[in-house]
Design a protein around this ligand. Structure first.
Ligand code: GRF
Length: 191
């Protein structure tokens, strides 16, 4: 499968995936990064890792449909089969979802359906829950609602700081996202 990673921010998950692709742990080809933010640090990571990247911010005058059509045009040119979201901050619309049914994966730093949306680690931290973790799921039209592929739990330690917990969650993401994508590709390649 030919894979595109979509990201908008720091790109630590992008980095983990690149390393895994480079070690041939994922049975697919990383074709490119797609980024919607011109100043995102993930672009620097792509440059350093020599991963082709495509940066396309949405114009204010553009509708979501037109913006997504532009992205799809690029994805088709690049013959992308699978999209992996890694901190991509835009909600995907009908165009992309219909162009890639069951072929868009996302990672989220909570045990969905708990703490959807942004700031989920902080939301958990300020709640009375003791267990959190990560979720890897297929993307549908809701926000963090698609079918769950994988979850991993951790228990928040006594007196653990938000920073330490955040770091532990990111470590889990970096360890499991490549493995789960590898398994997904193995199970979904047309024979
Ligand atoms: C991760 O926590 C991921 O679960 C969420 O956005 C964050 C992205 O972090 N969807 P990074 O840009 O990969 O460092």
């Amino acid at each position: 499968m030919r894979v595109a990673i979509f990201a908008s921010g720091s790109g630590s998950n992008f980095q983990a995936l690149v390393e895994s692709f480079n070690k041939h742990e994922i049975p697919g080809k990383l074709i490119c990064l797609f980024c919607d933010q011109e100043k995102a640090y993930v672009i620097k990571r792509a440059q350093k890792a020599k991963v082709p990247y495509f940066v396309l911010p949405k114009k204010k005058t553009q509708t979501k449909t037109d913006y997504e059509k532009q992205i799809i045009h690029f994805l088709r040119e690049a013959k992308i089969d699978l999209i992996c979201l890694a901190g991509y901050m835009k909600i995907l619309g009908k165009e992309i979802l219909e162009a890639y049914p069951n072929r868009i994966i996302n990672i989220h730093p909570s045990l969905l359906p708990k703490f959807k949306g942004v700031h989920s680690i902080e939301q958990f931290y300020n709640s009375s829950e003791k267990e959190t973790g990560i979720t890897i799921h297929l993307v549908d039209k809701g926000i963090d609602t698609g079918p769950i592929i994988f979850q991993k739990k951790i228990i928040c330690r006594e007196q653990e700081s938000l920073e330490d917990l955040t770091e532990r969650i990111h470590e889990l993401e970096h360890a499991y996202y490549p493995k789960v994508i590898a398994k997904f590709i193995r199970e979904n390649v047309e024979r």
